[in-house]
Design a protein around this ligand. Structure first.
Ligand code: 6CS
Length: 284
């Protein structure tokens, strides 16, 4: 090989190394770089305290957005911008590119784990039912609602409680889709539904604010699992999800994770006692 040819080859190799060094480690990291340039991550929420909340002033809070905001800040993405979505529309919205992540208490279940790239667990909770004082129909489980031919139950559209009621045998026409907590509370108070089902902490938050002595909380709903959510990312954004997980693990390790979620009533130990792998493999 003559010297001139060798010098040409060496120059080409140097130029290639320079280009590769400037590019993200792989195409996936481009998403994180894009969010940094954008200055915020677009998150989907439901406005269901204490998981997610939007104040009268538009301020976004709740345990899930607060964890996400802190993690993204550590990744170099200064803030989050939230849009409110029905649970059943969150994954399609993520897949359509309307959100960069879902941070809403979207519980990990096998069918969802197949559709998105979840982070490690963040918020865990059992299920509850809100009923009239004295629990006149004696509900303890979703099967009890199914077995009472006249009973109706309200639940979020595309949500876990809707699915649990249907799977327990409650006919479609007796599972009423309820858009938000205040609507569910009012429908129960007006006798338009016999029970309203959300996670325990969400129902407790509603009851605390309702100041209505004619309400009773059935918790936990017998036979319903304890679920945990994670931040959900679009399939293909696994590098962003992995970067999120690195910072989430540091927050858990340092105790800052507990400081963020436990004032909302969530247990850091519960989230740290399980994994995405276990939750995505779970039966329900
Ligand atoms: O993941 C879900 O489907 C459920 N998660 C919350 C926080 N509330 C209701 C919803 O059905």
């Amino acid at each position: 090989m003559n010297l001139k040819y060798f010098m040409t080859m060496a120059a080409g190799a140097t130029a290639l190394m320079t280009v590769l060094a400037a590019a993200p480690a792989n195409a996936d990291d481009a998403k994180l770089e894009a969010l940094k340039a954008q200055g915020f991550a677009r998150i989907a929420i439901a406005n269901e305290p204490p998981f997610t909340a939007v104040g009268a002033d538009g301020k976004v809070s709740g345990a899930a957005p607060d964890v996400a905001r802190e993690v993204f800040k550590r990744l170099g993405v200064p803030d989050v911008v939230a849009s409110i979505s029905e649970y059943g529309a969150m994954i399609p919205g993520l897949q359509a590119g309307r959100h960069d992540a879902v941070t809403a208490g979207l519980f990990m279940k096998p069918e969802r784990c197949a559709a998105v790239a979840y982070s490690e667990p963040v918020l865990c909770d059992a299920e509850a039912m809100l009923v009239k004082k004295g629990n006149p129909k004696g509900f303890k489980s979703y099967a009890d609602v199914a077995n009472d031919q006249s009973a109706t139950i309200g639940a979020p559209g595309g949500g876990t409680e809707e699915k649990l009621a249907l799977e327990a045998g409650v006919p479609r026409d007796r599972v009423i889709v309820v858009p938000d907590g205040q609507s569910g509370l009012k429908m129960l108070q007006d006798g338009r539904i016999d029970a309203y089902s959300l996670p325990v902490l969400s129902i407790n938050d509603l009851v605390k604010k309702a100041n209505d002595p004619n309400l009773e909380v059935i918790a936990p709903v017998q036979g319903a699992p304890v679920y945990c959510d994670g931040a959900a990312f679009k399939k293909g954004d696994e590098a962003l999800r992995d970067a999120f997980d690195v910072e989430l693990a540091k927050l858990k390790e340092s105790g800052e994770f507990a400081k963020i979620i436990e004032p909302y009533g969530f247990s850091a130990a519960a989230a740290m006692s399980t994994t995405r792998e276990k939750l995505c493999a779970a039966a329900k």
